[in-house]
Ligand binder design. Structure first.
Ligand code: ARG
Length: 461
């Protein structure tokens, strides 16, 4: 078992099947630079504690620098016999610093506190990349909203025509959850900014090393207060996976609408050629594959989260090897979003809206019935009655196969004497929209204020 991190108490080497099962370099190698950063920080606290001389520290740092350069250039990579990133890098260090010096670095640390720390470092960097991608998507929605400040569309509940809304209002309804996702990533980072380094295998170190010095060296705010928690907890990983899944779900909801809007039957959007695909057999096809992949990848992101949670469920303290399974789901979540976000934001930014068709359909399907009822309320009619009266008007219009505004004055009066011709002031899309002018409503000036508020929220992110 030459070069392994353990073996002193064993008389034979591991079975091939165990070695193959145990191996993680094919996925944890991407933590190599974080591992080396951790090693530099660890070497410094060993020196501070008097366990490395100034000269030894200098030679150790030099060897780590050379190792890192070789890792980056690809000149150094894991060998078939290396179990994990930590073991491989110790081998590389010893090749450069010699067995005597290289063998000193492992004092006072364990792969258990290392891996917990490196994972957080990796995720903190990727949370920033993901947050930028989400903000790009928000920007694409905001730009489309600004391009169409007053364009109406049918607002739906249960996918049925409900009330007219502004397209800008609808687009911004997708922007707010994404903005909250960015806030979630930032809030998550406060919990991720605590370093487990120094927790050792589970009980801390007897060597007088300062965990807070390592923590600040590695860009953390502080060190953990409990070494068992430091090595065994993965809630911070799971929370990262949850936020990624939520982002995936939020993207899938915009995407589903794009898919629907792009159908022949709806015809609200045309996808840019750069963000649509063709068919290998049907020459006419133009498919919304970006949106469909976003919908599909949301399932994958949910799988990453639930897989990790299943791994953690009922796991006793402290470190268990099950925890090696923590990395692939969160790596996959980060990779998936980093691939997906630029495609989705590009797709949204280049959507061409058929505002004429949206405006034409906006008031149809009796979508102004609520406006009649609310007009009656403003005329002093109790809402219960107003609802009945407006429903009566819908019944007459439906029977005649016309829309509400097509009813004659006589027909209106026939439904109820209080339905005077003045009700026509709200029987248009513009009339309906303009009345919903309180904060959060879909009136043009309310949406203009909303846009300013959203930008103010986005500013500090
Ligand atoms: N590669 C392991 C992981 O990813 C860290 C090694 C800890 N191994 C051990 N036997 N304590 O969690």
């Amino acid at each position: 078992n030459e070069g392994a991190l353990w073996g002193g108490r064993f008389s034979g080497g591991p079975a091939d099947a165990l070695a193959a099962l145990s191996k993680s370099t094919h996925f944890d190698w991407r933590l190599a630079r974080y591992d080396i950063a951790g090693s530099r920080a660890h070497a410094r606290v060993l020196a501070t504690a008097g366990l490395l001389s100034d000269d030894e520290l200098a030679r150790m740092i030099d060897a780590l620098d050379r190792l890192e350069a070789d890792v980056v250039s690809g000149a150094y990579s894991p060998a078939e016999s290396d179990e994990d990133v930590h073991g491989s890098l110790e081998r590389g260090l010893i090749e450069r610093a010699g067995t005597e010096l290289g063998g000193r670095l492992r004092a006072g640390r364990s792969r258990n506190d290392q891996i917990a720390t490196l994972g957080r470092m990796f995720l903190r960097d990727h949370a920033r990349i993901i947050a930028r991608g989400v903000l790009e998507t928000v920007a694409a929605l905001v730009e489309q909203a600004e391009r169409h400040p007053n364009a109406p569309m049918p607002g739906r509940t249960h996918l049925q025509h409900a009330q007219p809304v502004l397209l800008s209002h609808h687009l911004l309804a997708h922007a707010w959850p994404l903005l909250r996702d960015v806030e979630r990533l930032m809030d998550w980072d406060r919990r991720a900014a605590v370093s487990p380094y120094g927790s050792g295998a589970l009980a801390g170190s007897s060597l007088g090393l300062d965990p807070n010095a390592v923590a600040s060296d590695l860009g953390f705010d502080s060190a953990v207060w409990n070494s068992i928690d430091g090595t065994a907890a993965r809630d911070v990983f799971a929370e990262f996976a949850w936020v990624c899944a939520m982002i995936g779900v939020d993207l899938s909801r915009v995407s589903e609408e794009v898919i629907f809007w792009a159908t022949k039957e709806v015809g609200f959007v045309t996808l840019d050629d750069a963000y649509s695909t063709g068919s290998s057999i049907m020459p006419q096809k133009k498919n919304p594959d970006v949106a469909e992949l976003a919908r599909g990848k949301a399932g994958r992101l949910i799988g990453d989260l639930t897989g990790l949670l299943a791994t953690l469920k009922a796991l006793p303290l402290a470190y268990n090897r099950d925890l090696q399974e923590d990395k692939e789901p969160v790596f996959d979540a980060a990779d998936t979003l980093e691939l997906l976000l630029p495609a989705v934001s590009g797709m949204i930014a280049t959507l061409l809206f058929n505002t004429e068709r949206m405006a034409e359909l906006a008031p149809q399907g009796f979508a102004l019935a609520t406006d009649i009822a609310e007009w009656l309320v403003r005329e002093g009619v109790p809402f219960r009655e107003a609802h009945e009266i407006s429903g009566g008007a819908v019944r007459v219009a439906e029977a005649r196969g016309v829309e509400l505004w097509d009813l004659t004055d006589e027909e209106m009066r026939g439904v109820d004497s209080r339905l005077t011709p003045e009700v026509r002031s709200v029987l248009s899309t513009e009339g309906s929209l303009s009345t919903r002018n309180a904060q959060g409503g879909t009136a043009p000036e309310a949406v203009a204020s909303q846009l300013q508020a959203l930008k103010a929220c986005r500013e500090p992110l």
